[in-house]
Design a protein around this ligand. Structure first.
Ligand code: NAD
Length: 247
């Protein structure tokens, strides 16, 4: 099927849709014909993304929703989307020796517990309505595999997201629900804008493809995993890193 029509009339939920990778995912899925729910904790950002979306081909329209992925109340009422990309995430970096317990808890709560709550809510809704198939994409990080100085909390949360996704893939395959994880490397977004320039240039020098990635390059992979083009793929983690930390 041509990429431009792969997701026609599919209801899709994108968390963290107000910025960076999540926004690019919303734009990519909408351009393929999906009806997109832009979910974000920031109402203003979600509406900014909504305003940038191409109209879906069946005219069902897109919508913005204020959602805190780390709160069960906030995630339990979703209509069953057949595609979900959970891109909401935060960093609160510090060296391990100085890290506040609160900073550890906050990052685990949003990145790991948030992924669990969204994945569980979507899967429960799909199973309850007897939907024949679903595709859930979580966003981990390459640092969940290799670690990163100053990111004990974040790398632990992202390693957890991978384990969660693999387990979900095993449990949910009998319901026709596929679960896969993307592992971005260093991508230009507001999240990495906070990283000091000297760290960025050192990281770039380590990337075999010689540059940071663009949010759209992660969104392309999410769209593939969301679509039936990946129908025989579940439980994988796909690195989108320009070759950073190969092998
Ligand atoms: P970003 O800061 O640009 O976007 C994150 C979005 O998540 C924001 O719109 C924010 O409002 C939203 N958000 C934060 N907490 C939320 C919550 N509790 N509920 C709902 N929404 C919430 O960051 P990004 O770089 O686009 O990151 C997107 C995802 O990609 C994150 O999971 C991040 O960890 C992951 N990631 C990013 C990179 C990178 O280099 N940028 C690398 C690896 C992984």
């Amino acid at each position: 099927m041509a990429a431009a029509t792969r997701l026609i009339s599919r209801l899709t939920l994108v968390t963290g849709g107000g910025s960076g990778i999540g926004r690019a995912v919303c734009q990519r899925l909408a351009s393929e014909g999906a009806s997109v729910v832009v979910a974000d904790i920031s109402e203003e950002s979600a509406h900014d993304t909504l305003g940038s979306l191409q109209r879906d081909l069946r005219g069902q329209g897109h919508m913005a929703a204020v959602v805190d992925v780390s709160s069960k109340e906030s995630t339990h009422y979703f209509q069953p989307p057949s595609v979900c990309v959970n891109a909401a995430g935060i960093t609160q970096d510090d060296f391990l020796l100085n890290m506040d317990e609160d900073h550890f808890d906050n990052v685990i709560r949003v990145n790991l517990k948030g992924s669990f709550l969204v994945l569980q809510a979507v899967a429960q809704a799909l199973v309850a309505c007897g939907a024949p198939k679903g595709s859930i994409v979580t966003v981990g990080s390459i640092v969940g595999k290799v670690g990163n100085i100053g990111q004990a909390n974040y790398s632990a949360s992202k390693a957890g997201v991978e384990g969660l996704t693999r387990t979900a893939a095993k449990e949910l395959s009998r319901f026709g629900i596929r679960c896969n994880c993307v592992l971005p490397g260093f991508i230009s977004t507001p999240m990495t804008d906070k990283v000091p320039e000297k760290v960025i240039s050192r990281m770039k020098s380590l990337v075999p493809l010689g540059r940071m990635g663009e949010p759209a390059e992660v969104a392309d992979v999410c769209a593939f995993l969301a679509s039936d083009d990946s129908r025989y793929i579940t439980g994988v983690s796909l690195e989108v890193t320009g070759g950073l930390f190969i092998g």
